[in-house]
Design a protein around this ligand. Sequence first.
Ligand code: NAI
Ligand code: MG
Length: 483
Amino acid sequence: MNSALPAIPWDYSPAPETLKVPLEKRYGLFIGGQFVPPRSRRWFETINPATEQVLAEVAEAGEADVDAAVVAATAAQKKWARLAARERAKHLYRLARRIQERSRELAVLESLNGGKPIRESRDIDVPLVAQHFFYHAGWCDKLHYALPNRKIQPIGVCGQIIPWNFPLLMLAWKLAPALACGNACVLKPAETTPLTAIRLAEILQEIEFPAGVVNIVTGAGATGAHLVAHPGTRKIAFTGSTEVGKGIARTCAAAGKDLTLELGGKSPHLIFEDAPLDQAIEGIVNGIYFNQGHVCCAGSRLLVQESVRDEVIARLEHRIRSLRVGDPLDKNTDIGAINSRAQLDKIRAYLACGTAEGATLHEAPGGPLPAKGFWCRPSFFTEVQPSHTIAREEIFGPVLQVMSFRTTSEAIERANNTPYGLAAGVWTDKGARIFDVARRLRAGVVWCNTYIQFDAASPFGGYKESGFGREGGRHGLSAYLAH
Ligand code: NAI
Ligand code: MG
């Protein structure tokens, strides 16, 4: 008997997703139900952030292209709004069904173009996308019940601008309620993640969705700015940075357009000493390392009651050692690629800044990372002061700030001491404390003994510099009807 067997490393075998998603070399703009070359004659490359390989070329919509899309939407909207509500519902149901049927392909493409782990795109993003279309299909012919005493009348053409962290999910949050209410849309995906929106346009063609009701214009900030400024868009819905959101608010205010803004956050996550710590650690990990921390409602400011602070830090240090960073298409991966080089540079600047300001960095160890692509290991800072830059500004990466508190009122005061107000989390065994604390936190969403849970029926949105207006649920529908 061989008593000296080599030690077996405690590791997984690779489990790569094998589906090959065919891609064209070039994609035009989706206007009036057709893919058309851009009048701007400009194209840009879109890459896989895990390999830096070019996936395809995409059209960059200029002012004339945006105008063509708004004209197409304006023409299609009248017919769409006149359709019997139950017919609109059928189109949305058909779309939801087709998304489900093509979910594997969509999940792979989302991970390829955006860098998020396939486990997340497959089990969270794409199922929620289908859910949003199913949910809103159900409302089409029941809007009078959803919003009693409200005149049920669409706004017209909606300009919708979305970010790169949840490309297909943000598309669903924007399109589904707008379409259910009888509006037509011109949607602009983010410049780093256009491919799943383009694939959705192909699905719309496949299911013979009425042409021109949904138009997709790809491009960067300038394309978005044209869409906001166009006199034909009567409502703008934006998700992205607070800085860009403020500029959009100025333009919309001057033009008298409806507007909803979902902007940044620096959400507090409160752990009381009586919290179930094993579950709380999982909540903390999900709150900050989900989607590489590219999450507007990430629980990025951890406030731990002083009596359990050391224990929470020790458990967190242990837990992040087992998070696997790497190939987004491997089913074992927890943390995929950072979405872009620009975002990676931004995160690295904050890591350096935190250390320079005197906080202590705890970074997960691990083997070498791939030479190509954009990678960042999960980490957290301790010895963080509320005045530190990393405690105040949105990092949008897998970096957590750990602070402590003694009393409930101190916890609430520190939690609310931020220009943002998107989300918050509370962990405690006491039901009475949950209700008390949740009521006093100035945040649009407060998760209790859980974190980052979404549902199409539940409104989502912020306070203060996190924006205004709600998406999802009946509140979300209300933002797509005329006043
Ligand atoms: P961004 O706000 O510049 O981009 C979001 C979307 O707005 C993209 O589609 C972009 O093309 C478009 N856009 C940019 N400038 C525009 C303009 N002037 N008019 C109209 N549309 C415009 O965000 P970016 O630069 O990608 O990320 C910077 C930071 O913003 C991130 O590091 C993060 O902190 C925050 N962010 C927050 C998001 C959230 O979900 N709340 C999403 C994305 C970014
Ligand atoms: Mg920007």
